[in-house]
Design a protein around this ligand. Structure first.
Ligand SMILES: *Cc1c(COP(=O)(O)O)cnc(C)c1O
Length: 369
């Protein structure tokens, strides 16, 4: 699915001396690389504050902790997402309220928001799934009209841009009140371990987010809020600085592979290629197609027997996970349920070679007859 070894080989000569230097100074926590990376990511995203943290799940948790919500408050989010998005809501004693995704974009269907709005609704967590933005203009209008916070789960879409109808363009993760991302190795901007970041343009939220990620303290040993310990380490920040400079070229490589898949599959009746929203740029964290009229699981297995990895993101939607059984959720999400039987993601990374692409494409077409 990914080839991080080949990617590493290309940056090895730049990255190793940086790692060596950090090791020789034993600057592991809160070092200069962390603050440099923070500033560089702020510039790249054009956002006022970046708060680095330990991983993407922590980023979401800290974001929700900063909003001053009360137990039982409701947070609207898609069910068709990675579990981290929904898990942190429940972890904080809040109630996840699942809504459908648009079957074309795979992102939260904003037409369904008003049906689940209650006096307890306090926030929406849209997920920019597979690397393309949710409908942020419509979502922000709804949120502003109903006084709701918006926390973007941008773990899969860093580098993507969203264009508002007035022409104003923003990077995903900087449109809502808070944006969260992950630097898990296989993400579009991945480090050599775990890492994450939170961003916001709001000074007060930034102050609170920073405190929560650091045991609730602004001044050492003065703990004003219940927080946690969530840090990006200096080694990871050193690696991320190198890879951030390459992020746009990495995205180009992903788009090139996606275009080749598109061209090969566009005319196949049984394959629906990823939809491209006119208001947002796709950064192809995943190349996810929908299969119709064939058994998706059989295709998945047939590809595996040819040595081609493919993945089902995600086979069980959040509303059907046992961890949420105690909420007694009465939601029915037919679009989401259908998608979990149709989606299949193909190998997608920055190092796909011509011969590999040909082999994957021919094998997919062979398996879907
Ligand atoms: C990867 C991911 C996360 C969590 O990130 P971690 O760094 O693994 O904790 C959250 N949401 C989505 C949509 C993700 O893809």
């Amino acid at each position: 699915m990914v080839d991080l070894v080949s990617q590493y080989e290309k940056i090895k000569s730049t990255v190793l001396p940086i790692i060596e230097d950090i090791m020789s100074k034993a600057q592991f926590i809160n070092g200069p690389e962390v603050s440099a990376f923070k500033n560089e990511l702020q510039d790249y995203l054009d956002v006022k504050h970046v708060i680095p943290c330990a991983n993407g799940t922590d980023a979401l948790q800290i974001a929700l902790m900063s909003l001053g919500l009360k137990p039982g408050d409701e947070v609207i989010t898609p069910s068709f997402t990675y579990i981290a998005t929904t898990e942190v809501i429940a972890l904080l004693g809040l109630k996840p309220v699942f809504v459908e995704v648009d079957p074309q974009t795979f992102c939260i269907d904003i037409k369904q928001l008003s049906a689940v709005l209650t006096p307890k609704t306090k926030a929406i967590v849209p997920v920019h799934l597979y690397g393309q933005s949710s409908d942020m203009e419509g979502l922000m209008e709804f949120a502003n009209a109903n006084d709701l916070y918006v926390v973007e789960d941008n773990a899969q879409a860093i580098g993507s841009s969203y264009t508002f109808s007035g022409g104003n363009q923003r990077k995903t993760g900087t449109i809502g009140h808070i944006g969260c991302t992950s630097f898990f190795p296989s993400k579009n901007l991945g480090c050599f371990g775990d890492g994450g970041a939170i961003c916001t343009n709001d000074d007060d939220l930034a102050d609170k987010l920073k405190m929560i990620a650091n045991h609730g303290q602004r001044i050492k040993y003065h703990h004003d809020l219940v927080g946690c310990n969530s840090r990006l380490d200096n080694l990871q920040a050193g690696v991320l600085r190198v890879k951030l400079r390459l992020l746009d070229s990495y995205i180009d490589a992903r788009r090139k592979a996606a275009a080749q898949y598109d061209e090969a599959f566009a005319d196949n009746e049984r394959i629906t290629i990823p939809y491209r929203s006119s208001s947002s740029t796709h950064v192809f964290h995943q190349y996810t197609m929908k299969l119709n009229g064939v058994n998706r699981d059989e295709v998945h297995e047939a590809l595996a027997s040819k040595g081609i990895p493919s993945m089902i993101y995600y086979p069980i939607p959040a509303h059907k996970q046992k961890m949420f059984a105690h909420f007694n959720l009465q939601c029915t999400l037919p679009e989401t349920d259908l998608l979990t039987t149709q989606v299949l993601s193909l190998p997608m990374h920055t190092e796909l070679q011509e011969d590999q692409m040909k082999f994957i494409i021919n094998s997919v077409l062979d398996c879907i007859k």
